[in-house]
Design a protein around this ligand. Structure first.
Ligand code: PLP
Length: 375
């Protein structure tokens, strides 16, 4: 099997700890244990045997996760090592050589790469900017779904745009899938990180060939726990669990316990409130910076998540923009080409505000220098 490199993850793994300012991160400022746990909760961890635990996730955790979705029970849940393992297991279990997979772009490119490595042909459809909103190109989507399609993969809320699908749009995707009997795989890892209003409507519950992927890495600011999950019909969960025996066997038993604490309703509300405050505070800095560069940038403000995709009208490829910024200014951001969106770049703004501001100032210096040299 020929490896298709996951360009963004490879770039982040290589550079994120080398640069002074990392704007390539898509999460929100990670919790420290002392900020996240009360003393009595910490004490609960002391007596846990560091065993394999439940390889599909503890009953307690699966029950708490099921409560995040209408009409889901513990038997609908498989706990995984991050939502990335969830995406991998689903793709591995579903794709046979010769299948077609329909994939939303722009997107987190994991399923795109893995599906091809398992022998699928990936056909894409785009979110496009219509009336200041990222919207599905329906004509394109309808033209790529057919009887060979194994699944339609969407990301909602979307990475990298921060856009959110409306319930009617989700329904329309599911109706299209039902027409040809394929699955809908919805990566909802940014659900819960909305700037305002209620949680994004989940795809779960309306169409029986739906699987939802999510986890604690984004809205919950607990990326290092490596807790993700799949919501699927019980028979499919049993099937995916058998695949999971071949990957990581089980989630970390301490992470399982910490995830149970994070999903308690009261603590969950506090965590998501912290996320929302960080999003508002930090996006204000990004917005202020964008306004200063409105002669060269176009953008649609994100609805959810600490990420935004910006169109750049400087005469430079997105790869060159990103490489030169890293080399000259020690700032890492994600070039649009890694989402198949040339002339764009993604900024992650979930970190501490002061370094975010300094990083954006450095990007401004870079832009000023290029303008000065007539580029
Ligand atoms: C849409 C999406 N899915 C999955 C992942 C993987 O995250 P994790 O494995 O930490 O849950 C990411 C990470 O950036 C992502 O953006």
């Amino acid at each position: 099997m020929q490896l298709i490199p996951f360009e963004m993850e490879r770039m982040q793994s290589t550079w994120e700890n080398q640069v002074e300012y990392n704007l390539s991160e898509s999460g929100v400022l990670p919790f420290q244990l002392k900020e996240f746990l009360e003393a009595d909760e910490l004490a609960q961890l002391w007596s846990i045997p560091i065993s394999y635990g439940y390889t599909n996730g503890s009953e307690e955790l699966r029950t708490l996760i099921a409560q995040q979705y209408d009409q889901a029970q513990a038997e609908n849940i498989l706990v995984t090592n991050g939502s990335s393992e969830a995406n991998f297991l689903i793709t591995w279990a579903l794709v046979e050589p010769g299948d077609e997979v329909v994939f939303m772009l722009p997107n987190y490119m994991q399923i795109w790469g893995v599906a091809q490595m398992f022998g699928a042909q990936v056909k894409s459809f785009y979110l496009t900017e219509v009336k200041k909103r990222w919207q599905i190109d329906w004509e394109q989507l309808e033209s790529v779904v057919n009887s060979r399609t194994k699944f339609i993969a969407i990301c909602n809320p979307n990475n990298p745009t921060g856009a959110q699908l409306q319930p009617a749009e989700i329904k329309r995707i599911q109706e299209l899938a039902a027409r040809d009997g394929c699955w809908v795989i919805a990566d909802e890892v940014y659900r819960g990180a909305e700037f305002d209003g209620p949680k994004t409507t989940s795809c779960w519950g309306n169409y029986d060939k739906t699987m939802v992927v999510s986890g604690l890495s984004k809205a919950f600011s607990l990326q290092g726990l490596r807790i993700g999950w799949i919501v699927a019909p019980p028979a499919m969960i049993q099937n995916l669990w058998a695949y999971h025996d071949y990957t990581t066997i089980s989630p970390n038993v301490l992470s399982d316990k910490l995830a149970c604490l994070a999903l308690q309703p009261e603590k969950q509300a506090k965590i998501l409130d912290r996320t929302r405050k960080i999003l508002h505070q930090n996006y204000a800095l990004v917005d202020n910076w964008l306004q200063k560069h409105s002669d060269i940038f176009d953008w649609i403000p994100p609805v959810a998540g600490a990420i935004t995709l910006i169109k750049n009208r400087l005469n430079i490829t997105s790869q060159e923009f990103s490489d030169k910024l890293r080399m000259k200014k020690s700032v890492l951001l994600v070039p649009g080409i890694q989402f198949q969106m040339e002339n764009y770049f993604r900024v992650g703004f979930g970190g501490e505000p002061a370094p975010l501001k300094s990083a954006l100032d450095r990007v401004s210096e870079f832009i000023a220098a290029r303008k000065e040299h007539g580029a």
